[in-house]
Write a protein that binds this ligand. Structure first.
Ligand SMILES: Nc1ncnc2c1ncn2[C@@H]1O[C@H](COP(=O)(O)OP(=O)(O)OP(=O)(O)O)[C@@H](O)[C@H]1O
Length: 586
């Protein structure tokens, strides 16, 4: 799928339409067959649309001159009705193919956007997933509007216009075809200008819709917070405010559209008036037949009505194009070109040299960190809230890039490892990992673990997953974010998965925070035993008591590494650490 790098500006409306049109005929999209069959049906529909009025003209001329017999009259009537019904049936039939094309395109765009955006979303705790979710949800409808309404209609409409003009020029005086051509060209010109002006308004309206859908998702996700704090009315008020913004943006867009349609219909109405008055005069003067008049008006309205329908499509298209452009911006080339080099087997030593990082100008981060974590050791990172522990963990695991300095894992510079392969070197287990709304088993056997069902059941039993006597049902559906499990059970399930992962280093970010002290010690001891020195284990924790079990402790404060060493050494070396230790109580 062709994408637009997210760092570049949003693609223009024309670029979006051209990218989609190219995709429709590209081999990769595997929709060329459907496009060809659909286009064939469209041509049949066009032929019927042009032929119908011609049959009517012959009928009217025959009736007017009285030279038509009953049988040919019935044939012409039959032909006229058949072309009309046939054109409508073929139109619906054709939609089967355009719908298939749209389904395939939306699948490709959504998967490409997800593939590109997921790493980005994983990096930021505050990633606007709701907004992206809303954009992806609206995509199929937007594609329906743009592909079916705009791209698919534009070419057949042009063929229909040219075919009708050509037929008219062969039957009635040339000036009628010329006037009609000028009117239609003026119509298209007015539409184009209007659509160009309309685009900025449509983007504002699209942004308002995105804000609304993000907030819907956010409020739903935080339903407990809202309800338990009696804030339903407050949130509804907020949403109503956003609805008002959306209404305003839509209102502005629709006024722009009204102005555009005044120009369009003024032009088309004036043109049709001129054509029919001239034709009427020619009929009165016997320069044209009544059938010619009927043919002329039939073509004029047949062409004008899809064109005017086009106005509505354009209004929807602008907002849909803005949505498709948003999704295309999410799609960047996946990092497939870089060969995914396997990590060196065995435990990894980790070292940081002069590492600094900032979340942005004036925002906190890390300053000049130098540290060494020996291969196969168990290291604990401690420090007050906001001291930079999670930030450090994300730097070590390559999720965040340091502003300066280097992170080396098993002698390899992490900056040079492809993003998609960094988890094979250091696996970061973030704070507050949710679970999939799947079974316990499928969550705990989630890659890259080699955990088995049997091993899982053993570990959970050993870690007292349930109170004594109750069997663990691994088929249990855990619900949204694991809501049917307790906080400690979610962590035990996740840690049982971790126990089956073979990777040079694992970094647990407060992954034991919800465990009772006895379970926590049991879990740490099992992990150390299972890894058997073959995996370097790093744990971020506020349970400073765990520092006693560790080979070494990293003590952070205010984004700086205050001390690194054994617990015993830190107790004597650092007054701040000693005070933290004392504050933990006996
Ligand atoms: N995405 C972000 N954008 C801006 N600032 C951030 C971001 N993430 C974290 N911070 C800030 O960076 C600082 C360090 O945060 P971090 O999460 O690393 O602390 P921590 O030591 O893990 O805290 P805690 O013990 O509370 O989990 C904090 O002041 C935090 O507000």
């Amino acid at each position: 799928m062709e994408g637009t790098d997210r760092s570049s500006d949003k693609p223009t409306g024309l670029a979006v339409v051209l990218a989609l049109a190219r995709q429709m005929v590209s081999r990769d999209a595997r929709v060329r067959g459907d496009v060809v069959i659909g286009a064939g049906l469209e041509l049949v529909g066009i032929g019927l649309g042009i032929g119908g009025p011609f049959a009517l003209k012959l009928l009217v001329d025959g009736l007017y001159t009285g030279q038509i017999e009953a049988f040919p009259m019935m044939v012409y009537v039959g032909l006229f009705v058949l072309t009309w019904t046939g054109a409508n049936v073929v139109g619906v039939w054709r939609m089967i193919y355009s719908t298939r094309v749209i389904d395939r395109l939306s699948q490709q765009l959504i998967t490409a956007a997800l593939e590109s955006h997921l790493p980005e979303a994983a990096r930021a705790r505050d990633a606007d997933r709701g907004q992206v979710g809303g954009q992806l949800e609206r995509l199929p409808f937007s594609l329906m509007v743009v592909v079916d309404g705009l791209i698919w209609r534009a070419v057949p409409l042009l063929i229909q216009v040219l075919g009708s003009l050509w037929l008219l020029a062969g039957i009635i005086p040339l000036r009628y075809a010329l006037i009609m051509a000028v009117v239609l060209a003026g119509y298209v010109g007015a539409t184009w200008l209007g659509a160009t002006r309309h685009q900025a308004l449509a983007q504002t309206a699209n942004a308002a819709i995105s804000v609304l859908s993000r907030n819907f998702t956010d409020v739903l996700r935080n339903a407990r917070r809202v309800v338990l704090n009696g804030a339903v009315a407050l949130e509804i008020d907020r949403l109503e405010g956003q609805f008002a913004d959306k209404r305003l943006a839509n209102g502005r867009m629709m006024v722009g559209l009204l102005n555009m349609s005044l120009c369009q219909y003024g032009l088309v109405g004036g043109g049709v008036l001129l054509l029919l008055v001239l034709a009427g005069l020619d009929v009165l003067q016997h320069k044209m037949t009544v059938g010619d008049f009927v043919l002329l008006q039939a073509y004029a309205f047949r062409l004008a009505s899809p064109l005017s329908g086009f106005g509505f499509i354009l209004s929807q298209s602008a907002i849909s194009i803005a949505n498709i452009a948003d999704v295309m911006c999410l799609c960047s080339e996946p990092e497939r070109t870089a060969p995914v080099s396997a990590a060196k087997p065995g435990p990894a030593a980790i070292s940081l040299r002069n590492v600094s990082f900032g979340y942005g100008p004036g925002l906190p981060g890390l300053q000049d960190i130098n540290l060494d974590i020996p291969a196969g050791s168990f290291t604990v990172i401690v420090g007050p809230n906001g001291s930079g522990k999670s930030t450090l963990a994300q730097i070590i695991s390559g999720l965040l890039e340091p502003s300066v300095g280097t992170v080396t894992v098993a002698g390899e510079d992490m900056a040079l490892a492809p993003r998609s392969a960094r988890h094979m070197r250091v696996l970061y287990v973030p704070q507050l990992t949710g679970l999939f709304a799947r079974s316990m088993l499928s969550n705990a056997l989630y890659p890259p673990t080699a955990q088995t069902e049997h091993g899982l059941a053993d570990l959970l039993a050993q870690w007292n997953f349930y109170e004594a006597g109750r069997q663990v049902d691994l088929r249990l559906e855990v619900g949204e974010q694991g809501e049917r499990l307790s906080g400690g059970q979610i962590q035990k399930l996740e840690l049982a998965r971790i126990a089956g992962i073979k990777v040079p280093a694992i970094l647990l970010d407060e992954s034991t925070s919800a465990l009772d002290p006895a379970s926590e010690e049991a879990v740490i001891s099992t992990l150390r035993q299972t890894f058997g020195g073959q995996t370097t284990l790093v744990l971020i924790t506020h349970r400073i008591r765990l520092a006693e079990l560790a080979d070494q402790v990293l003590f952070l404060k205010g984004g700086k590494l205050v001390r690194q060493g054994t617990h015993a050494a830190l107790l004597t070396d650092s007054a701040a650490y000693a005070s933290l230790w004392r504050s933990a109580g006996p």
